[in-house]
Design a protein around this ligand. Structure first.
Ligand code: SF4
Ligand code: SF4
Length: 657
């Protein structure tokens, strides 16, 4: 074919493939433009860092070394090989055409050879993982589609190597062939003769057509994530991962009132890009405590189901049609209620999908619009609203735990304390959790801090209502509490409950409440460091359970461990730190019946497997759940809050250490 003929042919296939790609891309873009607003601007340095580490550095994927390297080889390979697409287009027009400068650089063609091999190694390993190892995380993923994609990738790099090899065999390479050991070796297998030129044409056109085929297929497949992942990572939350976005109940335009997600038309644009970014890798499913204990919820399948619904109803959305209900149409009620909002899925997801926001939005719609939720939780919702605590106890009993302790109960008009101890409902009313409150208050007083509590003026933060989807009650609680704290002149707060810690610290600023909030383990560790508390270490082996709302949502990992190592001999569980496993109480599950096997029992068994005698916790809900779990599994582990253990270590005779 002449140069003009080849150029015309290339222009034709480029126009066809580009047109099909653009048509689909435009449709997806228009659908995303229909998404509801969400504030994701600013914080550019953090967003750049996320792009550098999560996208370029493949940080999350490399948490699992082998599959991480497999993906990294393919991803980095495609970045390095990108200019070869232009070279191939030029080469398809005319074998003598190449890019100025780059087309002559030996080092570049060495990189191409190296990364072609790495991509092939990656593709082979990925194929073996899928076909031989068959990890459970792929259950429910589109495996046939993944095979096709892997095959296309292998074809792209193989045809590239063969094209380069045939050019070397023909002697038409513009770069020194010594830099291309792999292509050179392939070229040496090709016999010289009249067919060599034909073969060179076949390879370059096969390469070009495979790339264009990939381009057309890409936005119609799960590999759409190649185009959307970097965008999704850019717009992900940059801080306060435990914060939920508040609902504006009084928007200027009533049409903007959005009570969670009832149809695809209610999804925010970030949620829409979330669904388009899922790679179906199953990392979220693998760490999900609900899935691990046989419940209906898989965060992966949830996102895939929402994506399928968005693609099915997106075009209708553009025509102004109402979508059909997401629950139970796309997602069952069980799936929505199984979540403990632990955030393990979000932490693990390599493309920064925010599953918890999706789930809470679905709950908001069910609770506030459809009035449909697990009946056993209705008492809790009513009690928070009516009695300002989910136990429904009289508020006058809120400070009963402090009887006999010299803790100041802050009255209206009193001078503000140096630090306010926000006790939380669990430690105020539950007998087991009250030990935490008593130990914490005693330790703070022993260290000489000016500490006070609000007593009956402290209300439920609203966290369980909010995680259930009852945003209205949450906001009422938040406003009341912020008003109380502000009128009391509070500036610094210590909490024992990671849920209060998260809500007061990360969510109350949305309602005008800005305070310095620390967790009791952080404050106690500081007091020990300063020598204001002097524990005596014992010989007891202690395993520490990270609360999701402390470790994963709020990065408090070091202080509790610092304390444990001053109290006894620490032993880590298999799942710890930011990759901790939930106790089963989050997302208002403290008040819901559990289907499948029990999450707290699974965690209790894991703790017992360490051989420790004590299971240390830093959350009143974890105390209750794991204490139950230990009893149910017949273990003799003692469950105690770090504050309780620290108080005991202060009383221990020095010789005991
Ligand atoms: S937040 Fe936890 S329970 Fe909910 S889907 Fe994610 S991993 Fe599963
Ligand atoms: S949501 Fe994220 S972690 Fe889960 S399958 Fe999709 S890409 Fe993987």
């Amino acid at each position: 074919m002449t140069t003009i003929g080849s150029g015309a042919a290339l222009a034709l296939v480029l126009a066809l493939a580009g047109g099909l790609f653009a048509k689909r891309a435009l449709l997806l873009y228009r659908i995303v433009r229909q998404g509801k607003p969400t504030a994701r601007g600013g914080d550019v340095p953090r967003r750049l860092r996320a792009e550098a580490t999560v996208v370029v550095g493949q940080r999350k994927l490399l948490q699992r070394l082998i599959p991480g390297l497999v993906h990294a080889f393919i991803f980095w390979g495609f970045v390095v090989l990108f200019p070869t697409i232009v070279l191939a287009f030029l080469g398809a027009i005319d074998g003598d055409l190449t890019l100025p400068w780059l087309g002559h650089q030996g080092w570049f063609f060495l990189l191409v050879d190296v990364f072609c091999v790495l991509v092939l190694v990656g593709v082979t390993a990925a194929f073996l993982i899928r076909k031989v190892q068959r990890p459970a995380r792929f259950e429910g993923s589109h495996l046939g589609e993944a095979d096709l994609i892997l095959g296309l990738i292998a074809l792209i790099v193989t045809t590239l190597l063969c094209w380069h090899g045939s050019r070397i065999a023909l002697g038409s390479n513009e770069w020194p062939e010594a830099w291309s050991p792999v292509s050179n070796a392939i070229g040496s297998l090709m016999e010289p003769g009249p067919w060599l030129e034909v073969r060179e044409r076949i390879f370059v056109w096969a390469h070009v057509l495979t790339i264009l085929g990939f381009l057309v297929y890409l936005p119609r497949s799960k590999h759409l994530h190649i185009a959307t992942a970097a965008i999704n990572v850019w717009f992900a939350r940059t801080r306060a991962r435990g914060r939920l976005e508040p609902i504006d109940f009084e928007p200027e335009d009533e049409a903007d009132l959005r009570l969670g997600a009832g149809t695809v038309g209610d999804l925010t644009w970030k949620q829409m890009i979330d669904t388009m970014s899922c790679t179906e890798c199953g990392r979220c499913q693998d760490v999900c405590p609900a899935w691990a204990t046989g419940k209906a919820l898989s965060p992966k399948l949830l996102i895939m189901d929402l994506r399928d619904r968005l693609f099915a109803e997106g075009p209708g959305l553009l025509r102004g049609e109402e979508g059909s209900p997401l629950v139970p149409g796309a997602v069952t009620d069980e799936v929505v209620w199984d979540c403990v909002t632990c955030g393990a899925c979000v932490h693990e997801c390599p493309v920064s999908i925010e599953h918890v926001d999706h789930i809470v939005d679905l709950r908001r719609q069910l609770v506030m619009v459809d009035a449909r939720f697990p009946t056993e939780a209705s008492t809790m919702l009513r009690d928070v609203e009516r009695a300002s605590n989910p136990w429904g106890k009289p508020q006058v009993e809120r400070a009963s735990w402090a009887e006999g302790l010299d803790v100041r109960v802050l009255q209206t008009g009193d001078p503000p304390p140096e630090i306010l101890y926000w006790v939380g409902c669990a430690a105020s009313f539950d007998e087991r959790a009250r030990a935490t409150a008593r130990a914490t208050a005693s330790l703070l007083l022993a260290a000489g801090l000016d500490v006070a509590i609000l007593g009956p003026r402290e209300g439920c933060t609203g966290d369980p209502s909010r995680r259930m989807g009852d945003e209205y009650t949450f906001q009422a609680q938040a406003r009341t509490n912020v008003a109380t704290l502000d009128e009391s002149g509070v500036t610094k707060i210590v909490t024992s409950c990671p849920h209060c810690f998260n809500t007061v610290g990360n969510e109350y600023p949305d309602f005008g409440g800005s305070y310095e909030v620390v967790h009791h383990t952080e404050l106690l560790a500081e007091l020990v460091r300063e020598g204001r508390l002097e524990p005596v270490a014992g010989a007891e082996q202690i395993t520490y359970h990270d609360s999701c709302y402390l470790a994963r949502h709020n990065d408090v990992l070091v202080a509790p461990r610092e304390l444990v190592s001053r109290i006894g001999r620490p032993l880590e569980m298999a799942r710890s730190g930011k990759r901790t496993f939930c106790c089963g109480a989050g997302g208002a599950h403290m008040w819901m019946e559990e289907r499948g096997s029990a999450i707290n029992e699974e965690r209790a068994r894991e703790a017992a497997a360490t051989g420790a005698g004590t299971l240390a916790v830093a959350c009143p809900f974890c105390t209750m759940m794991l204490d139950d779990g230990v009893k149910q599994t017949g273990s003799d582990l003692r469950v105690a809050d770090v504050a309780v253990l620290l108080a005991e270590a202060l009383d221990r005779p020095a010789s005991a250490g």
